[in-house]
Design a protein around this ligand. Structure first.
Ligand code: ATP
Length: 325
């Protein structure tokens, strides 16, 4: 076991759930701001799995050097079913206590915060930093990784549009979002998609196919964005082809959406949320997330986050159709 410096309070840090670009920028911010405030930082690997296996390293200024522009997470991520059990959480608590850790910052999504909530109930001061490309967490306008994912998608959409308009083609593009159409709506507006199919809003494939068959909005390209929660892009493409009698190409973007160097916005968000998370712990706060609201960084109880889910912006969704006419 690595010996820890005496006389210093410790803050543990982990990343968990789906990786999101900008997690590294958050790790850097938490580590450097904690050290600046005279704390020692312990980074646990692979989320809650690392807590159970006592797999960690001390993070110093050098450990987080040169990572601000890297996607993924240097602390790695994992999904741990064992951590959801009483036994798993007991092991995690034992390891935290053994290493003199009473304060923890978790970077991840809703599931990650539920884990942190359990640890809080068992005596650990726990604060969450929202990082998920889905941007589906209530209480924060943006989660780390969302802006980068959107930029990746619109870049690909431009490339698809080039080939689509050259060949007079119709494309169905599947983006992430099993339960939420937030990515699809925002990417659709930003890339001028013709149709946006999301789980939250019913759509009429026959009507869409009729429009495509009759005039295709007068364009040589038609771009249909589909959130994965709506169904398989290939099945939707087959239905449109059958109903509209028009050749359809499919592009499933998949994990490409998670990767890449974080956008400026995600890096700045990570810096500000990281700082606030450390401040919150220093103020004795726990069982809460730091979130971006308007122009302010606020502390929002986990209780609120578990109660509410972020909804799509219906006005933005409607505007997408008006602007794509
Ligand atoms: P994403 O939005 O990217 O999926 P997430 O944080 O919601 O991120 P999950 O896989 O749901 O990702 O959760 C990450 C980990 O948090 C799980 O593998 C598990 O260890 C822990 N966790 C999830 N739900 C709970 C829960 N109800 N109680 C305790 N721990 C949980």
């Amino acid at each position: 076991m690595i010996s820890l410096a005496e006389n210093k309070e410790r803050i543990a840090l982990l990343t968990s759930g789906g990786d999101a670009s900008g997690m590294n920028a958050a790790i850097r911010a938490v580590t450097r701001y904690s050290i600046y405030n005279n704390y020692e930082v312990i980074g646990f690997y692979e989320g809650y799995k690392g807590l159970i296996n006592n797999n960690f390293d001390i993070l110093n200024l050098n450990s987080v050097s040169g990572i601000i522009d890297r996607g993924g997470t240097i602390l790695y991520s994992a999904r741990s079913e064992e951590f959801k059990t009483e036994d798993g959480q007991k092991k995690a608590i034992e390891n935290l206590k053994k290493n003199n850790v009473e304060k923890l910052i978790v970077i991840g999504g809703d599931g990650t915060f539920r884990g942190a909530h359990d640890l809080h109930k068992k005596g650990i001061k726990a604060i969450g930093i929202p990082a998920t490309i889905d941007n589906d967490i209530a209480g924060t306008d943006y989660s780390i990784g969302f802006d980068t994912a959107l930029n990746v998608i619109i870049d690909i959409m431009s490339k698809i549009r080039d080939t689509a308009s050259s060949h007079d083609r119709l494309f169905v593009i599947e983006v992430m979002g099993r339960q939420s159409g937030v990515i699809a709506v925002n990417a659709g507006v930003a890339s001028a998609a013709d149709y946006i199919l999301i789980p939250e809003v019913d759509f009429d494939l026959v009507k869409i196919a009729n429009e495509i068959r009759n005039h295709r909005k007068g364009k040589r390209h038609t771009l249909v964005i589909v959130a994965e929660g709506v169904g398989k892009a290939n099945d939707i493409a087959s239905s449109i082809k059958l109903l509209a009698g028009h050749e359809v190409r499919v592009s499933v973007l998949g994990h490409i959406q998670r990767g890449g160097s974080p956008s400026a916005m995600d890096r700045i968000l990570a810096a500000r949320l990281g700082q606030k998370a450390v401040d919150a712990l220093m103020d004795g706060k726990s069982d809460a997330m730091v979130g971006y609201q308007g122009k302010e960084i606020k502390i929002i109880d986990f209780e609120y986050i578990f109660k509410y889910k972020r909804k799509i912006d219906k006005n933005l969704y409607d505007l997408a159709f008006i602007l794509s006419l």
